[in-house]
Design a protein around this ligand. Sequence first.
Ligand code: GDP
Ligand code: MG
Length: 441
Amino acid sequence: TLSDRLTSVLKNLRGKGRLSEADIDATCREIRIALLEADVALPVVRGFIAHVKERAKGAEVSQALNPAQQVVKIVNEELVGVLGGETRRLNLAKNPPTVIMLAGLQGAGKTTLAGKLARWLRGQGHTPLLVACDLQRPNAVTQLEVVGERAGVPVFAPERGNGVGDPVEVARRGVEQARHAQHDVVVIDTAGRLGVDQEMMRQAADIRDAVRPDETLFVVDAMIGQDAVTTAEAFRDGVGFTGVVLTKLDGDARGGAALSVRQVTGQPILFASNGEKLEDFDVFHPDRMASRILGMGDVLTLIEQAEQVFDARQAEQTAAKIGSGELTLEDFLEQMLAVRRMGPIANLLGMLPGAGQMKDALAQVDERHLDRVQAIIRGMTPAERQDPKMINASRRQRIARGSGVTVSEVNDLVNRFFDARKMMAQMAGRFGLPGSGGLGK
Ligand code: GDP
Ligand code: MG
């Protein structure tokens, strides 16, 4: 499997120091096979890989991951990004009812989706109405009525018994009915054909023109694989759509259709269907789809763990240094940068339980002061940061000049650093942190 192959690539590359072009190429070869195996269309694979290579070449070398892991991480991030990053929400009309039209091939799962969507919308506090515009197959209307009943949502259907009705007329009257009976969302189920054909497209386009939907959702079976691209293009050109719904994700399809449709049409994937029951339905999650397409959830887990272990190891080393009073200004700067990356310090501390009384004190924390501290430490040589005791009077003058502060500010920082180091070592001893044998040097 891909995971096995990638694991062997990871092994081969373990221990190398930087992202070389050969590393990137080797990993991308495996990714390419994975994407093709997941039924992503070839041109989409090519474009995607080229983009990943470009980004990997400019990537900073990670300390936690080996090169192959790092490339996989980039691939995953790009994939999640292409698939939509954060999920887009349904567009609701400013003046209800919101009209949602479903389009797609026969058997794609439109009628089932109509029921799922109705149930879901109800759960969100909406009052949907289903409209049966598939008058092509004799039992299509009945199927929607059954689904509607299960969802607890009314269905608007043409009167039976006077031959084949006009779906455009039914759609129009359905929306009228919704306005009249104060349904705030209308879901229009339409007919499909087994293959793309002009008549079906024309009918869908006529319904579209009659009701001007706020959303037209292209419903596509994830199992159709490579065909997803041509089908999506046909519907884009014939009817146009504003969003995509993937169905039958409970099958063994790896979901390459998701990437293809998204790349080729540029329209977001809004929902995912994964079963025949009404509750087998969810908003689309790009991250889950990405790991399904890559088919290496275990590799991604490994990468996450490696990063966590790295963090933990670094924290442990810092703790040991604190305990033995060996903390350097370099560590101090690193810690400060790490904390600041998480957001303004006041916010961060404010989130701690029991920080209530500290609020006033926290309000005093001055971010600009931290900027100056950072500037001062940056103005020191590596040797000075490593061994702050060597920072004598003339060095303090040089540092002050270099970082645009006064000598007394440098003095202040260095003195407070020594105080803090001593205090932290004492606290570490009390809390039993590693290395706390040798107290405050
Ligand atoms: P339509 O022709 O586009 O309206 O498709 P239908 O809603 O009638 O669905 C066609 C078949 O696919 C039916 O047997 C459904 O039960 C089944 N189906 C629809 N969605 C899913 C799904 O997400 N998973 C599975 N396993 N079957 C589905
Ligand atoms: Mg149907």
